[in-house]
Design a protein around this ligand. Structure first.
Ligand SMILES: Cc1cc2nc3c(=O)[nH]c(=O)nc-3n(C[C@H](O)[C@H](O)[C@H](O)COP(=O)(O)O)c2cc1C
Ligand SMILES: [Mn+2]
Length: 507
């Protein structure tokens, strides 16, 4: 029986959704938005509701009435979470990526990877945009006018940024970086948040600090839905996310100039906060419930203070919020899917015949699956164990490498986006004793849940690559799979599917 060789289904997006409001309308049509008219409290209630939305696959809540704030100041929870609706599991991601709501995970990864091979298209400056409807400068700046939630019990403060674009530019202006990094309110015109030296935000902040200067930043909230995805994508250093986004859609993204700096922000933004990241003032930041699914009580670190010089916003602004934690939330959909595309591209560039890379969203980005053809020896003549070791080593060289703690290498008859099939493949093909290739002394990201206190400091850790290719003596063949898809003739499968409802099954 033929195996399900991966097919490149899509190389370009089909519909570019150009604002958060257009995105909300598209989601509403699919039954993926819940308007919440009842008054809710920013103090934990929005966080609790959003958390339960993730855990039940409910529609994204749009909170229209928030205690202590004028009506119209809104919050959107779970902007790119998964859905419990049949065939719409990844619809929020698909629409954000400009794809059909039923697009497969495979199609998403391929379309993101394909755009990386095209030349960047820089954003285009336009005169103005809705984010300039209200402009607050100097003493009028008041971050507290927005209904920023206290998301989790135990968070160090109210996190204003969980899904917005932190925009900074290298001092030579050649590299404009857009990324997501959490930012917590300190008071009406100050924030603090993670400025990690291994991330591009921290790299660029270091360039400015080395010149003895603060780093100009702009934080753009509620942009068109692709923006947060490109912000979470582990593109290499010196690649501007805005240019990649242009290449992705085949047209430039529109940007407007900030009021108090030369930075440019997506014109579609709902709220823009402008200011500088201090090179000498720090404040305590964290803890906060994190993507691995835990909150590390008692941990706080000194991070730079962000001083705000201007806030501009659209009338009736919408602040998107991610309540990080147990799967499935946006850290998993956004970083998992964009990261898979980046890794797929880099493995292929290095000669690995990878057909698909995927981080199952239920694993909080702790498992990364690479599929290879059953006859991979046509292009790489090596043992299964060697193949796994090479894949593991190459994956760790990517920017994302430290964030990849466990890799599974499995044949591409398995669809890694189907958790049940993947778990079965892992259970039946990974051999005790020889199926785990250990890579010692590799860089590890301290937010990986199971790192020790000392690994969090040294960033020196251990990774596993699971060889799920079966024993060597299976050779270049798999045993026949006993399943509907593999154990019955094609014409019979088609007939059964066509007759399914007439047998009496509802679905
Ligand atoms: C919802 C969400 C929250 C995130 N929060 C942080 C964060 O607080 N700190 C951080 O370093 N990365 C965070 N990330 C991951 C980064 O956005 C990601 O690693 C990205 O590649 C960083 O941008 P860069 O590649 O330009 O450095 C978050 C991602 C998402 C999707
Ligand atoms: Mn970057």
């Amino acid at each position: 029986m033929e195996t399900n060789q991966a097919v490149i289904q899509e190389s370009r997006p089909t519909k570019h959704i150009k604002s958060l409001r257009e995105y909300i309308d598209a989601l509403s049509t699919l039954g993926e938005i819940q308007q919440v008219e009842k008054e809710v409290d920013w103090n934990l209630e929005i966080g609790a509701i959003t958390r339960r939305v993730y855990e039940t696959g409910s529609p994204a809540p749009l909170f229209n009435n928030i205690k202590g704030h004028p009506k119209g100041f809104r919050v959107l929870g779970a902007p790119a979470a998964t859905s419990r609706q049949e065939r719409l599991y990844l619809a929020r991601v698909a629409l954000s990526l400009g794809l059909d709501p039923h697009a497969t995970g495979q199609a998403m990864v391929e379309v993101l990877a394909a755009a990386r091979t095209r030349k960047g298209i820089p954003p285009k400056r336009v005169k103005t945009g809705p984010c300039k409807e209200n402009i607050k400068l100097g003493d009028d700046v008041d971050l507290l006018q927005f209904p920023t939630p206290l998301i989790h019990h135990g968070d160090a403060g109210r996190y204003f940024n969980t899904w917005g674009a932190m925009i900074v530019q290298s001092p030579d202006k050649k590299w404009t970086n857009w990324s997501i990094s959490r930012m917590m309110l300190l008071d009406k015109n100050r924030m603090t948040g993670i400025v990690d030296e291994h991330q591009h935000l921290g790299m660029i902040h270091k360039m400015w600090s080395d010149e003895g200067k603060p780093t100009p930043f702009a934080l753009a909230q509620g942009c068109e839905p692709f923006v947060p995805f490109v912000c979470g994508m582990p593109l290499p250093a010196f690649v501007s996310e805005g240019e990649y986004a242009g290449a992705y859609f085949g047209e430039p993204l529109e940007v407007v100039k900030c009021e108090t700096s030369d930075l440019e922000v997506p014109a579609s933004a709902e709220i823009v906060v402008e200011g500088t990241i201090s090179h000498n003032e720090k404040a305590l930041e964290g803890p906060m419930g994190e993507y691995a699914g835990y909150l590390w009580a008692g941990t706080a670190e000194h991070q730079p203070v962000l001083n705000v010089t201007a806030i501009t916003y659209r009338n009736q602004p919408i602040l998107p919020v991610v309540a990080a934690g147990e799967p499935v939330e946006e850290d998993h959909t956004c970083c998992g899917i964009t990261g898979a595309a980046e890794i797929l591209l880099s493995l292929r560039e290095k000669g690995i015949p990878a057909t698909m890379v995927w981080s199952p969203v239920a694993t909080a980005c702790h498992w990364w699956v690479v599929t290879v053809p059953i006859d991979y020896r046509k292009t790489m003549n090596c043992t299964k164990e060697d193949l796994c070791r090479q894949i593991g080593r190459l994956m760790l060289e990517a920017k994302l490498g430290p964030q990849i703690p466990k890799v599974m290498v499995i044949h591409d008859d398995i669809d890694p986006t189907n958790l049940q099939e993947l778990v079965w493949g892992f259970a039946t093909r990974c051999r005790p004793g020889e199926g785990e290739v250990i890579l010692h002394h590799t860089p590890i990201y301290p937010l990986i849940a199971f790192t020790t206190k000392s690994e969090k400091v040294t960033h020196d850790g251990t990774k596993s690559v699971y060889n799920c290719l079966g024993p060597e003596d299976w050779g270049n063949k798999l045993p026949e799979r006993s399943s509907f898809r593999f154990a019955y003739p094609d014409d019979l499968q088609k007939r059964v599917l066509a007759n399914w409802k007439s047998y009496g099954f509802a679905r």
